[in-house]
Design a protein around this ligand. Structure first.
Ligand code: ASP
Length: 335
């Protein structure tokens, strides 16, 4: 029988509607949720721990790092075959990606949550938890990095994003689809995901901001962030990685102060690339010295830049690590 550790860490999965305010608040303990996962003892020996009961909009980078240390400590003490962590769905992808980038293990770590609270019809917490435990117990899940399991779909933390504010299948992988599914308590993978980057870090550089580009945007946010002491800035640019010409000055200013600038796309699918050479086009930004973030959404590129800046300081080193295996064009930085 496989030994699985479940770490309860809040989110809607541990919430019920408070009749006074008529809205969901944290109320279920880990033990109460586990009681609803009936029959799981036939699949795994489960040991539960409570880390927190907070909603995931209350998650901070400090708490993510505490959860990481807590998880590593329990993995060392319990030597489990797999780990399941509950998390509010709002920031789940950020914590899962941080774990994926910084925990070097073959042991499956599976994040799960719920889109409906314990008071709603169709509460999906117990089934998501059951399927996550089955996933964490499967030897097919080993060496796949951190996984996210909701609605019977298995996605890689590296690839997944929350795509819907209310539906049960909110967690999806744009462009490629899920890695696999859980069907009748069987874990089935349809494709591999073996290109991963993992680095052990103790302290996370958190001074990284995220800016979304909109039509007619100027350089004021970028200058503000630079003057406020940001170490890195992620820009969710248009399409292939282009910005309005009025933002170029702000990017140049940030780069001249040694700030690392990553460009990703505000599009839901597709990578950034140096396709356009006009002022503010991806090629122009590239020659100025920006890093390309492939198809990562801004919130995940921010996590990756934090990890990069915890490891490296020189612009070339940060870029080389960030863009490793991303098949980017050779840089012609002229800055
Ligand atoms: N707001 C909730 C949270 O992220 C949503 C959820 O858990 O599904 O904690």
């Amino acid at each position: 029988m496989k030994k699985i550790v479940v770490i309860f860490n809040g989110g809607t999965i541990s919430m019920k509607v408070d009749p006074k305010i008529k809205a969901a608040v944290p109320s279920l303990t880990g033990e109460e949720i586990m009681h609803m996962v009936t029959g799981i003892e036939k699949h795994a020996e489960v040991k539960s721990y409570n880390f927190s009961s907070f909603p995931s909009p209350h998650m901070t980078m400090e708490k993510m790092m505490e959860l990481r240390s807590f998880t590593l400590k329990i993995m060392e003490e319990e030597n489990p075959d797999g780990v399941v962590i509950t998390h509010g769905t709002d920031t789940l992808e950020e914590t899962a990606f941080l774990f994926d980038l910084t925990i070097d293990t073959e042991i499956p770590i599976v994040f799960t949550g719920a889109m409906r609270s314990g008071s709603e019809l169709g509460y999906d917490g117990p089934s998501n938890l059951a399927q996550s435990i089955v996933t964490a117990s499967s030897k097919e899940s080993r060496g796949r990095g951190v996984l996210v399991c909701l609605n019977g779909e298995l996605n890689a933390a590296q690839e997944v994003t929350k795509t819907n504010s209310l539906s049960l299948n909110a967690f999806r992988t744009p462009s490629f689809g899920p890695l696999g599914i859980v069907d009748n308590n069987r874990v089935i993978y349809y494709r591999s995901n073996d290109v991963r980057q993992v680095e052990d870090i103790d302290v996370l550089e958190t001074a990284v901001a995220l800016v979304k580009t909109v039509a007619g945007m100027d350089s004021s946010y970028l200058k503000f962030l630079t003057d406020q002491g940001a170490k890195g800035i992620v820009i969710e640019a248009f399409g292939r990685g282009n910005v309005p010409p009025q933002m170029v000055e702000g990017i140049r200013y940030a780069l001249s102060k040694g700030i690392h600038v990553v460009i990703v796309s505000r599009c839901y699918e597709g990578r950034v690339y140096g396709s356009y050479g006009y002022e503010g086009g991806g090629k122009h930004l590239r020659t100025m010295g920006v890093i390309f973030g492939d198809s990562l959404p801004g919130q995940k590129a921010r996590i990756k830049l934090m990890v990069a800046l915890s490891l490296y300081h020189r612009a070339e080193d940060v870029r080389d690590w960030f863009e490793k295996d991303l098949y980017m064009e050779d840089s012609e930085w002229s800055n």
